[in-house]
Design a protein around this ligand. Structure first.
Ligand code: 13P
Length: 251
C-alpha cells in the first residue's frame, strides 16, 4: 500500500519560541500514537535543526519549504540541497504556487531543484495546481499535465519513485474555498493516470498524491476518504497544534 502523508507547511510564520512550542506540542501529542500516516512538518529554514531534534525522538519527519537550484557557492541568501542533507532533512517542498507567483519560479527551474534534492537523497514534495481562471476556462487538466511534463517527467523511473506530489488548486489556498471531494478525486485520478502513462501502473499505484488548499480539521476526513487522495499538505490549519493533530487522525 502506498504511503499516506499529512504535511504541515508553516510558510513564513512563527517566531523561534512559537515554532518550538508548536513542534514540541505536536511531538508530545503524537508520542506513542500509531498514526495511519507519516507526519511531516515544514518549518522555515532557521527552525529546521530545532525541529529535527524533536523529530528524532518522535518519528516526525522534517521538510524544508524550498531549496536552491544551485549546488553551492556565491548565491547570497540561498540554501542548497547539500546543506539540507547535512542536517538530515528528509523532504523538501518544491514549486509551491507562492514560489511560482512571487518569485517567478518556472517549471524548468523546478526540474533542476528536484534533481538537486534527489542527488542528496531528499524527497521532493512537488506542488502543482491551476489558477482560478485556468479552471474557469476548463484548462486545469492541461495546466497540471504541463507542470508534470516540464517539472517531473524528466526523471527516470527510480528517481520518480522518490517524489511526493501535492495537488494544490491555487484558488483553494488560504481562501477557505476547498476543492470539493469530487474535484479533488477527479484531479488526483488524472494525475495518477499521467504517471501510469509515463512510468507504468506499479509506479503510479505507489505514488503518494496529497491534496492542499483550505484543508482543515472539519473537511480532511472526507477529502482523505477518496481513493486517490493520500493525505494533505496543510497551510493555515497546521499552525494550530490541535487542528493539525485532528487532521493527522482523519484517516
Ligand atoms: P492553506 O491550507 O492555508 O489553504 O494552504 C495550503 C498550502 O498552500 C499548503 O502548502
Amino acid at each position: 500500500m502506498r504511503k499516506k502523508i499529512v504535511a504541515g507547511n508553516w510558510k513564513m510564520n512563527k517566531t523561534f519560541q512559537d515554532a518550538e512550542d508548536l513542534v514540541s506540542t505536536i511531538a508530545d501529542e503524537l508520542d506513542g500514537v500509531d498514526t495511519a500516516c507519516e507526519v511531516v512538518l515544514c518549518p522555515p529554514f532557521p527552525y529546521l535543526e530545532m525541529a529535527s531534534d524533536y523529530a528524532d525522538e518522535s518519528g516526525l519527519q522534517i521538510a524544508a519549504q524550498n531549496v536552491s537550484e544551485f549546488e553551492d557557492g556565491a548565491y547570497t541568501g540561498e540554501v542548497s540541497a547539500s546543506m539540507l542533507a547535512s542536517i538530515e532533512i528528509g523532504y523538501c517542498i518544491v514549486g509551491h504556487s507562492e514560489r511560482r507567483k512571487y518569485f517567478g519560479e518556472t517549471n524548468a527551474q523546478l526540474a533542476t531543484k528536484v534533481e538537486k534534492l534527489l542527488d542528496h537523497a531528499i524527497r521532493p514534495i512537488f506542488c502543482i495546481g491551476e489558477l482560478l481562471e485556468e479552471r474557469n476556462a476548463n484548462n486545469h487538466f492541461e495546466v497540471v499535465k504541463r507542470q508534470l511534463d516540464e517539472g517531473l517527467f524528466q526523471l527516470n523511473k527510480d528517481e520518480f519513485k522518490e517524489v511526493v506530489i501535492a495537488y494544490e488548486p491555487v484558488w483553494a489556498i488560504g481562501t477557505g474555498v476547498t476543492a470539493t471531494s469530487a474535484q479533488a478525486q477527479e484531479m488526483h485520478a488524472f494525475i495518477r493516470q499521467q504517471i501510469t502513462g509515463k512510468y507504468g501502473k506499479p509506479v503510479a499505484d505507489q505514488t503518494t498524491i496529497l491534496y492542499g488548499g483550505s484543508c482543515n480539521a472539519k473537511n480532511a476526513a472526507e477529502l482523505f476518504s477518496n481513493p486517490d487522495v493520500d493525505g494533505g499538505l496543510i497551510g493555515g490549519a497546521s499552525l494550530v497544534a490541535e487542528d493539525f493533530i485532528k487532521i493527522v487522525k482523519s484517516f
